[in-house]
Ligand binder design. Structure first.
Ligand code: 9WN
Length: 420
């Protein structure tokens, strides 16, 4: 499947729905390539970082100039990134969760004793400055007050686009008046599997708001109508900073700053903990309120690392009816939104379906915390499920039906990693 989606040095997320390179997909996809060809895995990241802005921002999409006009919207012209994106590399102007250092670290771990070690270490030396600039940008432009938590300015930045987490902050965004084409709807069996037109009109308005300030982050981080401290994004950054601390030593640097950054974010996440429900909650910066939807993001501290007690509570909750242990599930894999949450929808995108890369992150967090049995149980359920569905984009948690795009690269990649 990866070879089928390979565009020569980079991989599209799926054959028709997603014809460009996406940021966090590229990190997961690199994990898959690492099982076949470590050099190719590192190249996947190198290609993505060609699109890195001088500020350090890694865009969520590096566009393929050869993809047909209108094949994906919003396309390159909508973003008006002239003067920001590197010359000759069309990109979007928002970002996605920083899984990259974590992926590169894992690729390196696997290569340590093998013939690919020198290739991977050369890649680490090349990419280390890019990764430092990327994390630094997140910790300054997107956290100007040094809270340890990252502010996102568009639901697409979370990677969990139409999660019920965003319903309240998105509702106050005035929808765009532009009537835009929805090519995405041509590639799924039923439009009910994708975000609705109302969501899209607001997604579009948020892009227009960023274009209106010419992507000035200092302005946008104060004025964008959607501003949220995202706990899952921040937890991934903490885990990625831990990984970067170790990559630093390979690149001949000291990793202490990255370790301190990770600790600061872990401490900030601990403050977002709701003890009664055992969940970590996002913060809406526009009205200062907690975002209360019950989603998979509540498990963010399992990915960043947390105290032994808190981790134990999260593990219990993960396998309870609040998540993967709900009796109505076809497979004991965490749904993107809890089955008993009022907004749960088993078929629509991030509002219920199970997503393999998110399961992979939770599995990785369980393994790192030493919950080996939990990790094995989760991976076995996920692989069992995908053995039946094939490498689809997401899965209806109640019926086990494959949804979204088929031939989804990151699904194939995490399966390769699990099987290895
Ligand atoms: C918008 C590529 C991407 C993933 C996201 C997923 C979906 C795009 C879309 O596809 O988002 O970025 O068009 O819906 O939500 O997590 O990176 O696979």
């Amino acid at each position: 499947m990866l070879r089928g989606n390979d565009r020569g040095g980079w991989t599209r997320p799926s054959p028709s729905l997603y014809p460009h390179q996406w940021s966090w997909d590229a990190a997961f996809i690199a994990l898959g390539w690492a099982r076949l060809d470590a050099g190719r895995a590192v190249d996947e990241l190198r290609h993505l970082f060609r699109g890195q802005w001088a500020t350090g921002m890694v865009p969520h999409i590096v566009f393929d100039p050869d993809a047909a006009d209108g094949s994906y919207e919003p396309g390159p012209a909508t973003w008006h990134t002239e003067g920001h994106a590197p010359a000759g590399v069309p990109t979007s102007a928002i970002c996605q969760p920083p899984v990259h250092a974590l992926a590169l670290h894992r690729i390196w771990q696997r290569a340590t004793d093998g013939p690919d070690r020198a290739t991977v270490e050369a890649g680490i030396r090349d990419l280390y400055p890019n990764l430092v600039a990327w994390h630094r940008w997140l910790r300054t432009a997107r956290d100007p007050d040094g809270t340890g938590l990252v502010t996102i300015l568009h639901p697409w930045e979370s990677g969990l686009d139409n999660s019920p987490r965003w319903d309240v902050p998105l509702a106050r965004v005035t929808p765009s008046a532009t009537v835009a084409d929805r090519p995405d709807l041509r590639h799924v069996a039923d439009p009910g599997e994708r975000p609705g037109d109302d969501d899209y009109a607001r997604y579009r308005a948020l892009v227009e708001a960023l274009v209106a300030v010419d992507h000035d982050q200092a302005v946008a981080v104060r004025e964008q109508p959607f501003r949220v401290q995202d706990v899952l994004f921040s937890a991934i950054l903490a885990a990625a900073d831990d990984a970067l601390a170790e990559l630093a030593t390979v690149a001949g640097h000291d990793g202490a700053t990255h370790r301190a950054d990770a600790d600061r974010t872990r401490a900030a996440l601990a403050e977002r903990w709701d003890a009664e429900s055992a969940r970590c909650l996002d913060l809406d910066l526009v009205d200062g309120r907690d975002l209360d939807a019950d989603t998979v993001a509540a498990f963010a501290p399992l990915i960043s690392g947390a105290s032994v007690d808190r981790t134990a509570r999260l593990v219990d909750r993960l396998f309870s009816p609040a998540s993967a242990g709900h009796p109505a599930l076809a497979w004991a894999v965490p749904p993107s939104t809890a089955v008993d949450d009022a907004a749960f929808d088993p078929r629509r995108y991030w509002r219920g379906p199970q997503w393999p890369p998110v399961t992979w992150l939770l599995w990785w967090g369980l393994a790192r915390a030493g919950h080996r049995r939990g990790a094995e149980t989760l991976a076995a359920a996920a692989v069992g499920q995908l053995d039946v569905t094939g490498c689809c984009e997401y899965v209806d948690p109640l019926t086990g039906e494959a949804l979204g795009s088929d031939a989804q690269s990151w699904t194939a990649a995490v399966v390769l990693d699990w099987l290895a």
